[in-house]
Design a protein around this ligand. Structure first.
Ligand SMILES: *Cc1c(COP(=O)(O)O)cnc(C)c1O
Length: 364
């Protein structure tokens, strides 16, 4: 079976390095927010091209805590998309703020900025979460240009976009702040949960440091409301520190696989994503197919796994039954019925890549 992801293969490649890092932490006697975390924060901040990185427990906490650090509260309205797995909705509802769903573009699946601009004209949006879906970096410079005059803060959701570069800027370096996840299957993944907030705004970074640990300014002195416990542990930080050196190499391999797919797949019912440059990390390779259940069946029977990212738009989740979104989301809803994810991970062999192409092309 060709899986969607194979973390055994992924981590085996650097097994000895990871074991050494884990052993070092175990024998250090210090397990949370220590030297490993500080070292990773420095290295990750300079990799992203920002002043500050703050390690937290996971990507969803990174979204929630950075929203709070940007001043978002239960009276705020936050613009976001409804096609990105409910993560931003989880963070917004944890604060008690209101999500305002903006429809997406049918070609790149990213927030439609014309629709965002008309929403901003209402003057009631306090923040915008820009999700770089499937690892494709959105035009955050343009988002900043329309958000600034409207007084809205901009948070990038970079959980799928570690290392993407658009117009010379890394994902995470253009908005007011950015949230990263290091869930094991992400392009930069830990061997457990992990996350980070990055920002060049010292106030946002400082507030994030307080909020990730009970709102403490220093031990047992609480200076910030809305604090909680969301720390990056030392084992994850040590692992991430090693793996960050290989991120660009892994991203290139993912882009290479995506290129072979987009050039090789030719089927009248299958729409492949266009070729992209460094602005895409190829986190997920997603095709559109009108009869995707049949295509998925055909692939499964040939030993190829697929997945759907994401089957249910946020506003159609059962928990949203009683809240109607402020806008219709026709493109979001249409795409949710068409998308199908093919295996795309750096350790795929050339033979496996070829087999995926040939099997898709052989779909009847
Ligand atoms: C994975 C992911 C998250 C959440 O990260 P966790 O570490 O699982 O909490 C948020 N946003 C997007 C787009 C993601 O893909």
């Amino acid at each position: 079976m060709i899986p969607i992801n194979d973390l055994k293969r992924h981590n085996a490649e650097i097994g000895p390095v990871l074991s050494e890092a884990v052993d070092r932490v175990v024998s250090s006697g210090w397990y949370l927010l220590g030297e490993e975390c500080a070292a990773f924060e420095n290295k990750f901040a300079s990799y992203c091209g920002v002043e500050h990185a703050v390690g937290v427990g996971n990507g969803t906490d990174a979204l929630e805590i950075s929203l709070r650090a940007l001043g978002i509260s239960e009276t705020s309205r936050v613009a976001t998309v409804a096609n990105a797995g409910y993560y931003s909705s989880t963070a917004i509802s944890a604060i008690g703020a209101e999500p305002v769903y903006i429809d997406v573009d049918r070609h790149d699946h990213l927030m439609n900025l014309d629709l965002l601009e008309s929403e901003l004209a209402s003057g009631t949006i306090d923040a915008i979460i820009v999700t770089h879906l499937y690892g494709l970096m959105h035009d955050v410079e343009k988002v900043m240009a329309i958000a600034r005059p409207a007084g809205a803060r901009v948070l990038e959701d970079c959980a799928q976009a570690h290392g993407a570069v658009l117009n010379g800027n890394r994902a995470g370096s253009v908005g007011d702040a950015a949230a990263f996840s290091f869930f094991p299957t992400k392009n930069l993944g830990a061997i457990g949960d992990g996350g980070a907030v990055v920002s060049s705004d010292p106030l946002v970074a400082e507030r994030t440091r307080h909020l990730r640990q009970y709102g403490w300014e220093r031990k047992y002195h609480v200076c910030e409301r809305g604090g909680r416990n969301s720390r990056l542990d030392e084992i994850q930080a040590a692992v991430l520190n090693c793996k960050l050196d290989l991120l660009d190499k892994w991203n290139s391999r993912r882009r290479r696989i995506a290129k072979i797919y987009s050039e090789g797949i030719e089927h009248e019912n299958v729409v492949t994503p266009p070729l992209r440059g460094d602005e895409w990390t190829a986190h997920l390779y997603v095709v559109k197919c009108a009869d995707r259940e049949r295509l998925a069946d055909h692939l499964r029977q040939s030993g190829i796994a697929t997945d759907i990212h994401y089957p249910v738009p946020d506003h159609l989740q059962v928990v949203c039954e009683n809240s109607k979104p402020s806008h219709d989301l026709p493109v979001t809803e249409e795409l949710a019925g068409l998308v199908l994810t093919l295996p795309c991970f750096p350790e795929m062999t050339d033979a496996e890549i070829r087999r995926v192409v040939d099997t898709v092309n052989g779909h009847s």
